[in-house]
Design a protein around this ligand. Sequence first.
Ligand SMILES: *Cc1c(COP(=O)(O)O)cnc(C)c1O
Length: 414
Amino acid sequence: MTSFTDHDDLKHLDEKDPLRLVKQRFLIPDGVYYMNGNSLGPLSTDAKTRMDKAVSEEWGHELIKGWNTAGWYDMPKRVGDKIGTLIGAKPGETLLCDSTSVNLFKAVNAALSIQKGRKKIISESGNFPTDLYILDGTRRFSKGEYELATLDRSEILNAIDEETAVVVLTHVHYVSGEIFPMKEINLRAHEKGALVVWDLSHSVGAIKTDLEGSCADFAVGCGYKHLNGGPGAPAFIYAAKRHHAQIRQPLSGWFGHEAPFSFIDDYIPANDARKLLCGTTGVLGASALEAAVDLFLEVREEERLEKLYRMSRLFDAMIAEKCSPYGFERVSPPDPENRGAHLSYRHPDGYAIMQNLIAKGVIGDFRAPDYLRFGISPLFMGYEDLLKVTDILEEILKSKSYEAAQYQVKHAVT
Ligand SMILES: *Cc1c(COP(=O)(O)O)cnc(C)c1O
């Protein structure tokens, strides 16, 4: 492996970078190194322009006619299909709607609706909290029909048995960045008659994801992380076409009806994936997200992934060289291709170090008890940025400036 630690070498890499013009479309404040696209992607000129148009021209001018004239009504399917191309789905299998938490509830219950007689729901202990909480809610409200087993990730594959109704896993772990072998788990589940729901919140817009090639059943994911859709952007839900006819889901709102504008009393579900919808689309949020996704679709996936892996390898090598002497310890897998688009490290003073970094313009985040996470984005970061970040971090560690009182204060959102 070549270790680049020289500003000139990295500048040269940036000059040759086929994605360098894409980077200029992101509106990141001067002096900020943004390594938190895994929690909240940054604003692009594309999303800003589209948002302005949605407010002024569409809402402001078209008023309610916008549902037809500005394409608002079709947004769940139109934007869903665009996201679908990033995750290996066929047209008509992915819908933009609701939040990831709500979509997870719908997807899990849709899967359970075709798994009569099976009791067990399996998930990973240490999964993202909302996933475990939604499963706990599903179990509680089933009045004893289901039980939830949360297991260590190493035990999951062998725990799937003939009693298992649904396995619910996050493809890329939100802390460690470890990746579950999607196809292997799907095939094992299918062999035992179980179904799998994947949470792609840290996969979409980050790593290669092939739902169809992996024989996936159901999936959900987030619009405001790597997709850069804006704070609280709508999420997405996916169901493989082979399940559309049989599934039902409990949030049977009017947008999932066969004919929402017939205004009849009886709920008749749509005969396709639209039965997974619930209520009215958040059009402004969906507009920003659509523009952000369009930007992704302009970029060749191989170029994006090649840059991601190279940056991820470089950043980790720089941290190993400059920060491990000060007690930085990598939590993520060693090989860039076996981890998501963020790197996590442990340090006993992780919280204060991250606060100090943020004060110096390096925005990553902290997860209890002692994890520092750094998102790696091939779209809006360059190679030299990585060296600047690790120089700043090394200086903080060397001087112990993070011990100052102002960096110890705990904030509500970390
Ligand atoms: C971020 C994230 C979510 C977010 O759920 P919301 O409903 O948008 O709050 C869900 N699952 C995973 C794995 C996440 O990383």
